[in-house]
Each structure stands twice: as structure tokens, then as C-alpha cells.
Design a protein around this ligand. Structure first.
Ligand code: IMP
Length: 220
């Protein structure tokens, strides 16, 4: 005798995300390199993007212990101050053998004068102190937490990363920050030797942005 099988309706595994339906967005950053890349990513969506530096919004102190915490506090501060949804990125360069440093302190390693030649030199000195010569010992990643926050306090956060190797000497003049010393796995040029659209195909920021678009920009 065949047994009746009771099939219960499957509960949807899909997480529900708040959709972005507004026309204007604040890019909660004062870093011109990041603003340029985020604006480029937003272009196809016809969103009017204004940066926090354009609106002279204060930069909150990055007191979080992780990329996610910092991205959320920056996005929330800009959303609450402007009354508009705000997109913030907290990102950094992370070296495995240095226990993830400079990590969330990537901007701070460049000091008040934002001297990234110095910051890259510090990374290299620390790698040399560890006698890191082989690619595996010089494994590096860029990590990006991207948060879209609304003035009512709702946040949507996504993390992206790209893995590769920290090289020396620095190469290339494009991009910003640590781009001249980072070669993504499978690529023979640094991020600073790529043009913006080449970098955007593989970057940590583009990766987080794709997740955000899939979750919050696309129709349900
Ligand atoms: P914060 O997110 O404002 O704390 O700063 C992140 C820092 O990480 C930047 O100032 C850069 O030094 C570094 N960084 C983040 N993303 C990139 C990138 O795409 N290329 C090069 N450096 C980056």
C-alpha cells in the first residue's frame, strides 16, 4: 500500500530587504577616490547622488571594531543629518600575515596628511620584518562593507572582498590608497595600473555593490 506523503508548503528562504525607491542618495564619504567609484557604480540607476563632502556634513568618528560597524555608523549619521537615504562604504587593505592589518585602520596608517606612499611603505616594512617573499606569505585582500541607511534608522549592509598579493615596488598611477601595491589573483597588473572600469569588474566595492543592487534596487 502506498503511503500518502503530506507536502507542506516550503517557507521561502529569501530574506526580505527594504527596497530603495527614492530618487536621491547621499554618498556618505569625504574620500574623493571612493566617491568617484561609487558614483560610477550608481550611474546606470539614474539616481541623483550627492556626497557628504558636497553637503558639508560632518564626518563621524569611526569608533567601530569592524568594517560593518563603521559603515553602519557613517551611513546612519549621514541619513539622519540629511533626511535622505545614505550609502556609506568602510573599506581597507588587509594582509593575512599581519593579522589583517592595516584593516579598519587603513586610512589612519596614512596619517593626517593622507600620505599613502608612507602607508604603503609601512606595509612593505612589516612584510619584510616577517621575511615575506613568496606570494602566499604576501597574501592581501581589499574588504568593503557597504551600508544603505534610511533616516528612520533602517540599514541594509553587504560585504565584498577581493583577494590577491601585496607587491613591491608600487606600480601605476590610477586609483587611490593602496591600489599601487595590490595585484588581484589571476591578474598581472596592480589596481593602479587598471582603469576605473577594469577595477570595477573585480573590486571589493563593486562586489558589495552588486549584492546591494540585487537586494535593494531590483524589483521584487
Ligand atoms: P575608510 O573606509 O574611510 O576608513 O578608509 C578606507 C581606506 O582604505 C582608504 O583611505 C584607502 O586607504 C583604503 N582603501 C579602501 N578601498 C580602497 C581601494 O579600492 N583602493 C585602495 N585603497 C583602498
Amino acid at each position: 500500500m502506498s503511503q500518502a506523503v503530506c507536502k507542506l508548503p516550503q517557507k521561502s528562504q529569501k530574506q526580505s530587504h527594504r527596497k530603495f525607491t527614492e530618487k536621491t542618495l547621499i554618498v556618505a564619504s569625504h574620500n574623493q577616490g571612493k566617491i568617484r567609484e561609487i558614483n560610477e557604480l550608481l550611474k546606470p540607476f539614474g539616481i541623483l547622488a550627492k556626497s557628504a563632502s558636497e553637503l558639508q556634513l560632518d564626518e563621524p568618528e569611526e569608533t567601530g571594531d569592524s568594517f560593518v560597524e563603521n559603515a553602519e555608523l557613517k551611513a546612519l549619521a549621514a541619513a539622519k543629518a540629511s533626511g535622505l537615504p545614505a550609502l556609506a562604504d568602510d573599506s581597507g587593505y588587509s594582509i593575512k600575515i599581519l593579522n589583517g592589518d592595516p584593516g579598519i585602520y587603513s586610512a589612519r596608517w596614512a596619517g593626517d596628511h593622507k600620505d599613502f606612499a608612507l602607508a604603503m611603505q609601512m606595509v612593505e616594512c612589516k612584510l619584510q620584518d616577517k621575511d615575506a617573499q613568496e606570494d602566499e606569505e604576501r597574501a592581501a585582500s581589499f574588504i568593503c562593507a557597504l551600508t544603505l541607511a534610511w533616516p528612520d534608522g533602517h540599514v541594509e549592509t553587504f560585504e565584498g572582498r577581493v583577494d590577491g598579493v601585496s607587491i613591491w615596488p608600487p606600480k601605476g598611477d590610477n586609483g587611490f590608497g593602496y591600489d599601487p601595491i595590490f595585484k588581484a589573483n589571476g591578474h598581472d597588473r596592480t589596481f593602479a595600473e587598471m582603469n576605473c572600469s577594469e577595477k570595477q569588474k573585480i573590486s571589493h566595492r563593486a562586489n558589495a555593490f552588486k549584492q546591494l543592487v540585487d537586494a535593494c534596487f531590483k524589483a521584487i
